[in-house]
Design a binder for this molecule. Structure first.
Ligand SMILES: C[S@@+](CC[C@H](N)C(=O)[O-])C[C@H]1O[C@@H](n2cnc3c(N)ncnc32)[C@H](O)[C@@H]1O
Length: 293
């Protein structure tokens, strides 16, 4: 595994590189970013909202109340008492989503989810004290990444949508300031880039983890409100099949893909083994056996 500090230095350089990648990323995100703006709920959060708009190249709206007058806006990224939240303006009842590694579902899963006995830990291969460097190449809201980091992995997250990356960046920054989870958050780094072409920016991952968006079968009423906001923003990752080959090339030990049970394997490639759960499964592609320490 690469040295944590070296890796952090390396990631700082990558942040500059990320700015260059922004143009390429805009293509996928253009539709979403043209109907989204950044705002504040209380004027005390206005500086933070301005900084976020500038950092992620998103339009700055000012007071969130102004959103009501903007007919073309679909989403609002608002700073609310230092939390960055995403709201779907045409369905306000769905509520706002944010990345919160300190409280809520993610914290609950960390405390009561079953530790290294969980299916995701088995799929990654976290037995015999193995503490791998995992590249989560489809980071999303970082829930799986945080869980893996809490189980002792060093995690590099890659996310291509600026709105999602902004939420993740905000959640990570708050977690780094919280004494209960700072050690976990300090083992996580975010690269804002598309992993289709930039996977190798993550230095020598032991494991590559993939969880691309797949069309949901459940009727939308059954999908949790939070997921409905997220799904309507991200859509489907129709190019996900193309992630498997670079992942297999880069991962030292294995590639793990999370799929709904009804979905075919990624790129129709049969995995070495699968771990089945109630609604999803982990397809595991083994490159090399995990060492028994
Ligand atoms: C289903 S979500 C992942 C959820 C995540 N596992 C979690 O626990 O929160 C899929 C995410 O992968 C991102 N994504 C898809 N393809 C990507 C790519 N080629 N590079 C970077 N991010 C990608 C999407 O933008 C989306 O945010």
């Amino acid at each position: 595994m690469s040295d944590k500090h070296l890796n952090k230095k390396h990631l700082n350089k990558e942040f500059l590189h990320k700015e260059l990648l922004h143009k390429e990323l805009l293509n996928k995100d253009q539709a979403a970013s043209s109907n989204i703006a950044v705002a504040y709920v209380h004027s005390s959060d206005s500086e933070q909202a301005k900084r976020i708009a500038k950092k992620w190249h998103l339009p700055y709206l000012g007071d969130s109340k102004a959103a009501a007058k903007q007919a073309n806006l679909r989403f609002l990224l608002q700073v609310n008492e230092q939390y960055l939240e995403l709201c779907k303006l045409d369905e306000p009842k769905l509520g706002a989503i944010s990345v919160d590694f300190v409280d809520g579902a993610v914290a609950h899963r960390r405390k009561f989810g079953g530790g290294r006995g969980q299916d995701i830990a088995k799929a990654i291969g976290l037995k015999h004290g193995f503490r791998p460097h995992v590249l989560d190449a489809t980071a999303g809201l970082g829930r799986d990444s945080f869980l893996l980091a809490s189980l002792g992995c060093q995690v590099t997250m890659m996310e291509r949508m600026p709105i999602v990356a902004a939420l993740l960046d905000d959640g990570l920054a708050r977690a780094q300031l919280n004494s209960e989870v700072a050690d976990i958050a300090n083992n996580m780094a975010l690269i804002y880039a598309s992993s289709l072409d930039n996977m190798a920016l993550a230095a020598q991952p032991d494991i590559v983890y993939l969880d691309p968006m797949y069309p949901h079968r459940e009727k939308s009423a059954l999908v949790k409100k939070e997921m409905r906001v997220f799904q309507s923003l991200v859509g489907e990752d129709l190019d996900a099949d193309n992630l498997l080959a670079p992942a297999l090339k880069l991962a030292k030990y294995r590639v793990v893909v999370k799929r709904p049970n009804y979905a075919p394997p990624l790129a129709d490639k049969k995995p070495s083994m699968s771990i089945k759960m109630k609604k999803n499964r982990f397809d595991v592609y083994v490159n090399l056996a995990i060492p028994k320490e």
